[in-house]
Write a protein that binds this ligand. Structure first.
Ligand SMILES: [Mn+2]
Length: 307
């Protein structure tokens, strides 16, 4: 919630190394050049709008074993130009995903690869965890704990899922998962006494829900789950864990998760002079009806847009 803006670069490679560039067939060379131009443009844009985060979406992949599997060489460049151009508090975020756009392999398939690439890219590069970019049953909060410990957790793309990268509303399927992630962050901060510098972002795709309402719902849910995680008694929890008092330890987490934090959040909102019920305030505002009318005129020629 510290990051208002980030520059999102559509699917691309982090940086193509010289050998790949020289042996690449013409269309691939053109692609690499376009990617590098796009990256440089993104850095400039980030500076113009004051964005701290610059996200790299690495999404080249192969669908068959007959195709060549990239093993770091094309993307493991030391201090790529886009990293060297970063200034101030800008950072590069390297996102991983084990599947899509193809399913045999992707260039950065997991957090370990993203970590290695971030480390080789330079000190401003950190790992971006998209909660939908994991295999079923993978322990995301453990990844978060590791990256925090290594000071390599750059940010999140929050969403929820039932099957793969469903991009559903945060907490709509498994709110306890998000609670456990927030808990690891809070626990790290409690243990170290310092604030984790994380870019909290949303990466969801709402095809059926109204997009603005879905975002309000997401932010509200994030606040509630974060507040619940903030209620965990860390002293009590670590004491119970050290004694292997597992029932007691579990109660620490469950008691916090079960607490209704909504009245406290409403009170906080009122104290800040903002709406106690953001969804109701949005619906009452008439904003959606107004922009729908305005844009329907403007978009008469448009067919569709990706969610
Ligand atoms: Mn993402």
């Amino acid at each position: 919630m510290q990051y208002g803006r980030a520059i999102v670069v559509p699917p691309l490679r982090l940086c193509a190394s010289a050998p790949l560039r020289s042996c690449a067939p013409a269309p691939l060379r053109l692609l690499i050049e376009r990617i590098e131009q796009q990256l440089e443009g993104a850095v400039r844009l980030a500076a113009e709008v004051g964005a701290k985060g610059k996200q790299q979406h690495i999404a080249l992949a192969q669908r068959d074993p007959q195709q060549r599997v990239a093993a770091g060489e094309p993307i493991g460049a030391q201090q790529p130009p886009a990293h060297q151009q970063l200034t101030g508090d800008q950072r590069m975020l390297v996102e991983y995903k084990p599947f899509e756009p193809a399913f045999y392999h992707t260039d950065i398939a997991d957090w370990g690869m993203a970590l290695l690439l971030s480390q080789s890219a330079g000190p401003r590069a950190k790992v971006l965890v998209d909660t939908g970019h994991h295999y079923q049953a993978q322990n995301i909060e453990q990844i978060v704990a590791w990256l925090l410990d290594l000071d390599m957790l750059g940010g999140f793309h929050f969403n929820d899922r039932r099957y793969a990268d469903d991009d559903l509303t945060l907490g709509s399927i498994d709110p306890y998962q998000i609670f456990r992630i927030f808990h690891e962050i809070r626990h790290f901060e409690w243990e170290t006494g310092r604030r984790a510098d994380i870019a909290y972002m949303i990466d969801q795709s709402h095809n059926l829900k109204g997009k603005i309402e879905a975002m309000i719902q997401t932010v509200t849910t994030a606040m509630e789950l974060y507040a619940k995680a903030a209620l965990v008694d860390h002293e009590k929890l670590t004491s119970a864990q050290s004694r292997c008092a597992l029932v007691e330890a579990e109660s620490c987490l469950k008691d916090a998760f079960s607490t209704d934090v909504r009245p406290a959040i409403r009170e906080w909102a009122v104290s800040k002079g903002v709406a106690a019920d953001p969804m109701d305030a949005f619906r009452q505002s008439g904003y959606l009806e107004r922009i729908t009318a305005e844009r329907s005129q403007r978009n008469l020629a448009a067919v569709t847009s990706y969610a």
